[in-house]
Design a protein around this ligand. Structure first.
Ligand code: FPP
Ligand code: MG
Length: 450
């Protein structure tokens, strides 16, 4: 348990951002960059990932022509599937270890909420009360009927009770061969749905013409339908979340949705003292870093951190067990590393590799890692950041200042430091293929080109 407290205090809480930057030593990655013998993290769960994508489109069917087309639009284009991948690998890396694993394993074989895969589509309220028609789930959903007659309440079905063996308290070990519970598969879909919903909204806010190498949803369907499509996905994801039957997981994922919105709002915040009073510029720069790393957690890392934690909760990790903390710390660190690399690629990569326009951040008025570091070397960056690169020539000047500085390299180094932390927390898990894949993923995130 000591390990747990160490982990909690090092990674579990949201640390002060300045302390966080200080604590992450930017020393070169020792063995981190050697990929020779590293497994391909995607290969280990390739069949699950492909099933996740196909099956989740079934959840999005609607009574309204066109709505399911918009809702499934981003799922039909190739995506990295990084978030589902983290969930699947954490499930495999921890299933069997948690105190309540036998109970979760038993439940996964029962016809009940939170049980077998087919039961995860079973409505918790009567289908004709929900009126949430999905043509892909004809037996489980119902179309709006203008006539309502009072129905007699149904006698609740008696749920099977767990046998005593489900409370077995003998020492836990990783299960072999590794597998993923139906609830964890569904969680991976829910997390991908929340992510896609946020992208639909993001492409409206950023007025982005492209996503994943095709027209963005707002470009293809217009802003109104893109926003409504995103909301529809969130509705379906929330219902699926409820059907997992775990209040802690519901709270974790619901709080991610709030974080995503907060992150987007923080990103729009001006870089200046909150009350508009003059403050020394070093303080302004410090505030800008605080804001930047905080919004990076909110808009990107929160979903990976709480998604991974939720996977471990669904696998039966109980309060006081260390696995939840490892999952959260891993997701948080790899999530921040991922976004820092995204911010670097916005300066380095071209549209062909990214599948979306490069150089968008400065155009949108956003000062990310490279610009904030450049500011330390070139004070003339300060006024540009404060006015969000809004005057003619600001974007070009900012770009040249970043180029003259070590901003891109330093942001990459910060990403590497976060990825190293992600890798380190895994050392408290038992060795195995899934742990090795999670380790390899930290390298992939740093080396990605798109
Ligand atoms: C992509 O970032 C955007 C996000 C990671 C989150 C966006 C969140 C919202 C718009 C809030 C609304 C959320 C919901 C769930 C309704 P980016 O713009 O830096 O990356 P990009 O270049 O891929 O667009
Ligand atoms: Mg965007």
């Amino acid at each position: 348990m000591r390990g747990c407290y160490t982990l909690c205090s090092r990674f579990g809480r949201v640390p002060s951002i300045q302390n966080c930057r200080r604590r992450l030593s930017l020393a070169p990655l020792s063995n981190h960059s050697s990929t020779l013998s590293q497994p391909d993290p995607f290969a280990l769960v390739a069949s699950e990932l492909s099933r996740i994508r196909t099956d989740l489109v079934h959840l999005l069917g609607s009574a309204h022509p066109g709505l399911d087309e918009i809702a499934s639009y981003y799922f039909l284009r190739p995506s990295k599937q990084l978030r589902p991948l983290i969930i699947l690998l954490f499930s495999q890396a921890t299933n069997g270890l948690g105190r309540d694993w036998p109970l979760k394993k038993w439940a996964s074989e029962q016809a009940r909420p939170g049980g077998r895969a087919e039961n995860l589509d079973e409505p918790l309220s009567r289908a004709d009360v929900l009126n949430d028609w999905n043509p892909n789930l004809k037996e489980k959903t119902s179309f709006y009927d203008p006539l309502l007659s009072l129905s007699l309440p149904q006698t609740p079905t008696k749920l099977p009770q767990p046998p005593l063996s489900a409370f077995d308290s003998s020492e836990r070990t990783l299960i072999s061969p590794a597998f993923v519970l139906p609830t964890q598969m569904r969680l991976a879909q829910i997390v991908e749905m929340v992510h896609a919903a946020s992208l639909l909204h993001d492409d409206v806010i950023d007025e982005s013409p492209l996503r994943r190498g095709s027209l963005s949803a707002p470009e293809a369907f217009g802003n109104k339908f893109a926003v409504l499509g995103g909301n529809f996905i969130l509705g379906r994801a929330s219902a699926a979340l409820a059907r997992l039957g775990d209040p802690e997981v519901t709270q974790l994922i619901a709080s991610v949705i709030a974080n995503l919105v907060e992150g987007e709002i923080l990103q729009m915040q001006d870089v200046e003292s909150p009350d508009g009073q003059a403050v020394p510029s070093s303080q302004v720069a410090k505030n800008a870093w605080t804001l930047y790393l905080q919004k990076t957690y909110m808009k990107t890392a929160s979903l990976m951190a709480k998604g991974a934690r939720s996977a471990v909760v669904l696998g039966g990790c109980a309060d006081g067990e260390v696995y939840k903390e490892i999952a959260y710390a891993y997701g948080r660190n790899i999530g921040i590393a991922f976004q820092l690399v995204d911010d670097v690629l916005d300066y380095e990569a071209v549209e062909d590799t990214l599948g979306k326009p490069g150089g968008a951040d400065l155009q949108l008025g956003l000062a990310t890692g490279p610009a904030l570091y450049a500011w330390e070397e070139h004070p003339e960056m300060g006024p540009l950041i404060e006015r969000k690169f809004s005057q003619a020539g600001d974007v070009e000047l900012a770009r040249s200042l970043v180029k003259k500085s070590a901003g891109v390299e330093r942001t990459r180094a910060l990403a590497v430091a976060y990825a190293t932390q992600a890798r380190e927390v895994l050392q408290s898990l038992p060795e195995g293929e899934a742990r090795a894949a999670l380790e390899a993923l930290t390298d992939r995130v740093i080396k990605r080109k798109s």
